[in-house]
Design a protein around this ligand. Structure first.
Ligand code: FAD
Ligand code: NAG
Ligand code: NAG
Ligand code: NAG
Ligand code: NAG
Ligand code: NAG
Ligand code: NAG
Length: 632
């Protein structure tokens, strides 16, 4: 991907966003600018004002004018020009730096990735990562959610596919693709998996590049690849998916403009640029939040009458809990923090989606016009694209990141190997792939997860991998959607409050992961070189034609930059699992051993779904709101 071209797209889209005037109402929940304006106590206090927090805060306050709610968010209210454009996936990471406020710090050196450290990027603004992400919009496989429920003996709250599906429908407002585009590209959809009430939107570009024709057709030439009619159906196979954007303005639709703007709720307060240091407990009840504001980082405290709700994301929620004395005793002791609640799972079970680095281009795609390079290279195409955007926000600038991929089960990626992998994953000594001092309950949870994953290695309905295609570039980096390695996020003993947490992905620590990534590479090669795509002149520069044997590919992954630890989907660090399995919250999202404290962010996912995590977070948050409202 050429940096200058993507930056151009972004620059064009940003300048267009300025010239297109969209009226915005001034009605908001109340923005508190100074601590002196805060109430002495609130019913609910949210720690973090991101994707999950703004969703739940909206629902709690929508029909309860007497309930008082405060959201404390470390980041600012960002400039809309920095987050609204959708072209190319928005000003995200692919073409350079995002223009939105982000956390950017480095991971621990990765033992199985040649000792490399990696940049950790997270949203740091009101709206959180939903304001920074690439707006890819997926929910994953039905079986992913069923596995969450199966970790408990009793799943009365319904953390399974059937139990979360109504909340996926509540979470997003679906608009069908424009008919001409749907007919032209065979985009199918099924509205029965979607809702039409939310102010957060799922919508489609009015344009796709025709280079997608051969790429999508070639999926059908691969054995075992099926088509699924809708991305929301919970299946695995080739499917199209909408973008998290407004259907008319073709701007980012996210937690800020979908769940916060235009609310006239005096009982709902939000304070930006307020960083929570810790939760304060009286006995085992969470009663107050200590936070810092202003240039001098002055420390203040606010009390919660009913509950404190953690929503600082899977990286920062465990940090704040550990700083509050809630976490693994060993970790807290090493950092000189008094243990109030010894909860071994806090910060453990950390997961993200590993990425396989490939570069396989198909020269013939550039002979299919228009393609993405015609924006910089063909002035009449560019003028047409700009005019379409300025007129009614249609055309190529309504196109975010890609909208189609093969979301494949292992039965399709490795038909002759998945069975032996499943046996290996069932029988391996799971604890030996965790850090040496892992608590036995955390190890038990890991073993239980691996058993569940082994079972769905044999299923043709679980999404294990993602092979996305771009009509200009061809196949993009494949993603492993069901990671088998588990890392941790712990406070930095040197300065637990002041420093970012120590983030250790531990990617490739489970050797079965290497085997799967190896076959993913072989799959994408077969797709590019042994289907009709071979007529488009495929060229592989990464890893390159000399990397062939199991040993060579493993070396590429572990010592050649062939694997990246993250697709920006951190999860699992405060898992919803039984306490005996190293869980941190129960099915009502209450922290074990602590009263009046719940968690609602991606940290509660026991294991990642086969999807990017934004829609799953909205779905979980909608369900969490109902759980909190019903006071179970
Ligand atoms: C660059 C990037 C690209 C992505 N692309 C996609 C994509 O295309 N599709 C997709 O589905 N998902 C994507 N994701 C992932 C998805 O956006 C996240 O999983 C999801 O938004 C997380 O929601 P959350 O509520 O758990 O946390 P967040 O939305 O991150 O919210 C956490 C909030 O807490 C705040 N906070 C942290 N610490 C403190 C503190 N001490 N005090 C007060 N506030 C604090 C943060 O500033 C932040 O606003 C992407 C993420 C990133 C970062
Ligand atoms: C994060 O910081 C590093 C090092 O300062 C920088 O190279 C990188 O571009 C930054 N990334 C983003 C997305 O801002
Ligand atoms: C669309 O689907 C039909 C029927 O499955 C098929 O014949 C046709 O080739 C497809 N067209 C494209 C552009 O994929
Ligand atoms: C991918 O390979 C092409 C040549 O086929 C090269 O022009 C391009 O720079 C490479 N991209 C990356 C990201 O390595
Ligand atoms: C695909 O890649 C090209 C070239 O970098 C880019 O112009 C285009 O926006 C990308 N996305 C889609 C959906 O085609
Ligand atoms: C686009 O034009 C530039 C010169 O302006 C040229 O170097 C480049 O090869 C062209 N790219 C494509 C894909 O045609
Ligand atoms: C440039 O784009 C226009 C409009 O899409 C098209 O008609 C023309 O053939 C293109 N020219 C080249 C050289 O590709």
């Amino acid at each position: 991907m050429s940096i200058s071209r993507s930056s151009l797209l972004v620059a064009l889209a940003v300048s267009c966003a300025h010239s297109f005037t969209v009226p915005r109402s001034a009605h908001h929940a109340r923005q508190v600018k100074d601590v002196s304006e805060l109430l002495p106590a609130y019913d609910y206090i949210f720690v973090g004002g991101g994707t999950s927090a703004l969703t739940v805060a909206d629902r709690l306050t929508e029909d309860a004018p007497d309930l008082t709610v405060l959201v404390l968010e470390a980041g600012p209210f960002a400039d809309p020009a920095s987050y609204l454009p959708v072209a190319g996936g928005g000003p995200s990471l692919t073409g350079g730096s995002p223009t939105q406020p982000v956390y950017n710090f480095t991971s621990a050196p990765q033992e199985h990735l040649d000792g490399q450290s990696y940049d950790i990027i997270l949203g740091n603004m009101v709206g959180g990562s939903s304001g920074v992400n690439s707006m890819m919009n997926l929910r994953g496989s039905a079986e992913d959610y069923d596995r969450w429920g199966q970790l408990f003996e009793n799943d009365e709250v319904g953390w399974n596919w059937e139990g979360i599906l109504p909340y996926f429908k509540k979470a997003l407002n679906f608009s069908p693709p424009p008919k001409e585009v749907a007919d032209r590209f065979n985009i199918t959809y099924d509205v029965s998996y979607w809702g039409s009430e939310s102010r957060v939107h799922a919508a489609w570009p009015t344009f796709q590049y025709p280079g997608l024709d051969p790429l999508v057709a070639a999926f059908d030439e691969m054995p075992g690849v099926e088509h699924v009619a809708d991305s929301g159906a919970g299946g695995a196979g080739v499917y199209w998916f909408p973008t998290l954007m407004d259907p008319i303005k073709h701007e980012r639709s996210f937690a800020l403009n979908g769940h916060y703007e235009n609310l006239d709720r005096p009982n709902y307060h939000i304070m930006a640029e307020a960083t929570v240091r810790r939760i304060m407990l009286e006995g085992s009840t969470a009663t107050a939040v200590e936070f810092q504001t202003g240039k001098d980082k002055g420390v203040s405290t606010t009390k919660a009458k009913k509950e404190i709700i953690m929503a600082a994301g899977a990286v920062h929620t465990p940090k704040i809990l550990q700083c509050s004395g809630i976490g693994p005793k060993k970790v807290l002791e090493a950092a000189g923090i008094e243990t109030i609640i010894d909860l071994p799972g806090v910060g453990q079970n950390f997961q993200d989606h590993p990425t396989l680095v490939t570069n396989i281009t198909h020269k013939g795609l550039l002979d299919i016009h228009p393609n993405g390079f015609d924006i910089p290279n063909n002035s009449s195409f560019r003028d047409w694209a700009l005019e379409a955007w300025e007129t009614d926000r249609s055309g190529p600038f309504s196109l975010g990141i890609e909208n189609v991929a093969a979301w494949l089960p292992l039965t399709a990626v490795a038909p002759s190997l998945f069975e032996s992998w499943a046996t290996e994953l069932e029988t391996q000594e799971h604890a030996s792939y965790l850090p040496e001092d892992t608590h036995p309950t955390v190890a038990a949870g890991y073993a239980a997860q691996m058993q569940g994953l082994a079972a769905v290695m044999r299923s043709k309905d679980t999404v294990w991998t993602r092979f996305k295609v771009n009509g200009t570039l061809g196949p993009t980096n494949p993603i492993l959607n069901q990671p088998l390695s588990r890392g941790c996020v712990n406070i930095d003993a040197a300065d637990p409050f002041g420093k970012p947490p120590v983030v250790n992905y531990r990617t490739l620590s489970n050797p079965v992961e290497i085997k799967i990534l190896t076959e993913m590479l072989r799959w994408v090669r077969k797709y590019s070189f042994e289907t009709s795509l071979k007529d488009l002149g495929p060229v592989e520069t990464m890893p390159g034609p000399d990397v062939v044997t199991d040993e060579q590919i493993a070396k590429y992954l572990t010592h050649g930059g062939g694997a990246l630890p993250s697709d920006y989907h951190p999860a699992g660090t405060t898992a919803m699992m039984p306490l005996e399995l190293g869980g941190v919250v129960d099915q009502t999202l209450r922290v074990y051993g602590v009263k009046s404290l719940r968690i609602i962010d991606t940290g509660i996912m026991p294991s990642l779904p086969g999807a990017n995590t934004c829609q799953p977070t909205y779905g979980m948050a909608e369900k969490a709101a109902d759980i909190i409202k019903s006071n179970i």
